[in-house]
Design a protein around this ligand. Sequence first.
Ligand code: NDP
Length: 244
Amino acid sequence: MEISFAGRRAVVTGAGKGIGRGTVKALRAAGAAVIALTRSPEDLESLARECPGVETICVDLGDWSATEAAIRSIGPVDLLVNNAGVAHLQPFLDVTQEAFDKSFAVNVRAVILVSQIVARQMIERGVPGAIVNVSSQASQVALQDHAVYCSTKGALDMLTKVMALELGPKKIRVNCVNPTVVMTDMGRANWSDAEKAEPMLNRIPMGRFAEVEDVVNSILFLLSDKSGMTTGACLPVDGGYLIS
Ligand code: NDP
């Protein structure tokens, strides 16, 4: 299935590493003009070298006013991927206010702010748009030490549905992808321990974790007109974990 984003402008958050970085490259390869947003300048420098023509924005999505100013500065956008996320794993009884606030600020609050600004511009311009939020299988299953992370992703699934409900009449589709473990920096930090990873792997009917490319392909499908009648969906990219 050929997907072209020629003539479309896309923003990807958390673009410095992992799934976000892979999404930027794939969107570029499919002809989109891409704005890559993350908080580590060195990642943006290397991405700009690797992917000439990509615009870059360095901002901490946990900072509401800096994010608002950064997103307002980028001009019209047709496609948005809210990918940035953090995972502070703690046993429930040890959850701290700091982990809660930082996690919700990036994984949920920033999605609202960035999407509001982008969606308002789409509505003002009268153009259709597509937004994909990067959620997780952890939105739908309880995982040890994931009280805060699971809560943020559960909130993100529900946010996706309400956004889809309210923005559908404005021709803006909103969906999310829900990957299983991907061995990015985040995945390696939390799942490199074979003893911890094995029970998870054993429950995945496809018998493996997801690759960045698996997630990126689903994101591109949901951004594209090939999914033109799909909105408010949470698409598992989990090798069947959620039905096991
Ligand atoms: P990585 O940690 O590899 O990359 C995350 C990217 O987001 C980094 O570039 C990071 O920048 C950026 N980022 C984090 N916080 C902020 C912030 N406050 N402001 C701006 N940028 C920020 O993670 P993944 O690629 O694995 O994860 C991407 C998404 O996929 C996340 O939403 C995650 O929850 C989700 N996901 C990941 C899974 C996995 O197993 N890896 C499984 C399911 C879902 P920096 O490094 O500079 O902090």
